[in-house]
Design a protein around this ligand. Structure first.
Ligand code: ZN
Length: 429
């Protein structure tokens, strides 16, 4: 068990240090060795916990000195577990660990994006190495610490059809005509019958492709006109859609991504709820506070809410166009059978690089995690208590970050206010 010193990233979309709810800054202040100096107007976006070469966490060694966690693990590979070294090596795009664990505080929407799967990433990296700098995939999982909202996946096609029928600015940008209406109508019928996936996907690709390929000279004035009209109020669309369009246009005026609101699910997560962002699914973080676990890659294909380049042909071709309702985008978190006291749930997405445990303890309660056959990183998100590993103990308090080596049982004891902790790990199945 080793104390980690995480890294802090300041991006424009983060929460300013002076705001009442700047969680990344609050957590950063818990580690005195970080020597974090909060600034009221500076936005704090991400806390990084891991070995990513851009911001590797530091580890406090037994003699009190500090080392890069990445160097430390490469020199002490047995701490990773030999299965993990065999399977992933100790030189991933994330560094010695195959995953990167983060806290995100989101004040303003991030770009709408999708990430290629491994096969497409290899192809894009070969064809356009300047845009796609590595050949890895980038699965991401978000677990809400506080209320969160994001775009994830395509809406049910009936909702899209209603918007395309009702919203004149959207119709004009899409160049919607009788043919597009008919394709959407067929897709609605097919989806309600629960079959003919190709009809549904084909119609969404047609409509979304038309949006992505629209000329800025057409969509920029249309987005402005729409947002102005919606600011005055409307019952043309649900209130949530109206308000989101107004807000996104304030954050990214005239951006084509504002119109993506009509096509993408708005997913709300309460504390402890999660979503997994698989390959080729469009998504964006809009607001709130999350834990994020990911496999590292820089392969991002953007659709909107960004001043950066959009690779439209690649984007329109890669998406799966799977369409389902917002609730179906959530990732279930069953009780984990590795905690003898059953106080832990597991978020286990269908990829090999990571899973996350969340342990929630009442005041004075205990938990025992079986030995994990791989490395793990813990952050305490609420409350306080004590950790014990291999006869050593460590105090648990909000924002504390620890590395636990492979093959050690972990005891957790909650203090008087209870304790919530998240633990990202990797094991070979
Ligand atoms: Zn992403």
């Amino acid at each position: 068990m080793w104390t980690l010193i995480p890294g802090v990233q300041s991006y424009e979309w983060g929460v300013p240090g002076g705001a009442p709810n700047s969680l990344v800054a609050d957590y950063a202040e818990s580690t005195p060795e970080l020597q974090f100096q909060r600034e009221a107007s500076k936005p704090y976006a991400e806390l990084w916990m891991g070995t990513h070469p851009n911001v590797p966490s530091r580890v406090i060694q037994p003699d009190g000195s500090q080392a890069s966690l990445n160097d430390f693990l490469r020199e002490n590979r047995s701490l990773l577990g030999l299965d993990i070294v065999d399977r992933f090596g100790a030189d991933n795009t994330c560094g010695a660990l195959p995953f990167l664990f983060k806290v995100l505080s989101i004040n303003k929407a991030l770009s709408i994006q999708a990430h290629p799967d491994k096969a497409l990433a290899e192809q894009l990296h070969k064809q356009k190495p300047n845009m796609y700098k590595d050949d890895n995939h980038k699965p991401e999982m978000a677990i809400a610490i506080q209320a969160f909202e994001g775009f994830c996946g395509f809406r049910p096609v009936q909702e899209m059809r209603d918007f395309v029928t009702r919203v004149p600015e959207l119709r004009s940008v899409l160049g919607a005509d009788g043919t597009m209406d008919k394709r959407l109508q067929e897709a609605v019928a097919a989806q309600s019958r629960g079959g003919e996936e190709a009809t549904v996907r084909g119609a969404i690709k047609l409509v979304f492709g038309a949006l992505m390929r629209a000329d800025p000279q057409i969509y920029e004035p249309a987005v402005s006109a729409l947002a102005e009209r919606y600011e005055r109020g409307t019952d043309e669309v649900p209130e949530e859609v109206r308000a989101l369009i107004v807000r996104l246009n304030q954050q990214y005026p005239k951006d084509v991504g504002v119109l993506c609101t009509f096509f993408l699910n708005v997913v709300h997560l309460e504390r402890g709820q999660a979503m997994f962002l698989g390959a080729d699914e469009p998504h964006a973080y809009l607001s709130g506070h999350i834990l994020e676990c990911m496999a590292a890659s820089d392969n991002v294909v953007r659709a909107g809410l960004t001043p950066k380049a959009r690779d439209v042909d690649v984007l329109v071709d890669m998406l799966t166009y799977e369409s389902k309702d917002a609730a179906a985008q959530r990732l279930e978190a069953p009780v984990w059978d590795g905690d003898a006291q059953k106080g832990t749930v597991i978020y286990n997405p269908p990829i090999p690089e990571f899973a996350v445990l969340l342990t929630t303890l009442d005041p004075g309660a205990r938990s025992e995690h079986r030995a994990l056959h791989g490395p793990s990183i813990i952050i305490v998100t609420e409350g306080s208590g004590t950790f014990a590993v291999d006869g050593k103990t460590a105090e648990a308090y909000i924002g504390r970050v620890l590395f636990i080596e492979a093959d050690q049982t972990l005891q957790v004891m909650a203090g008087r206010s209870g304790l919530i902790m998240a633990r990202a790990f990797v094991e070979v199945a």
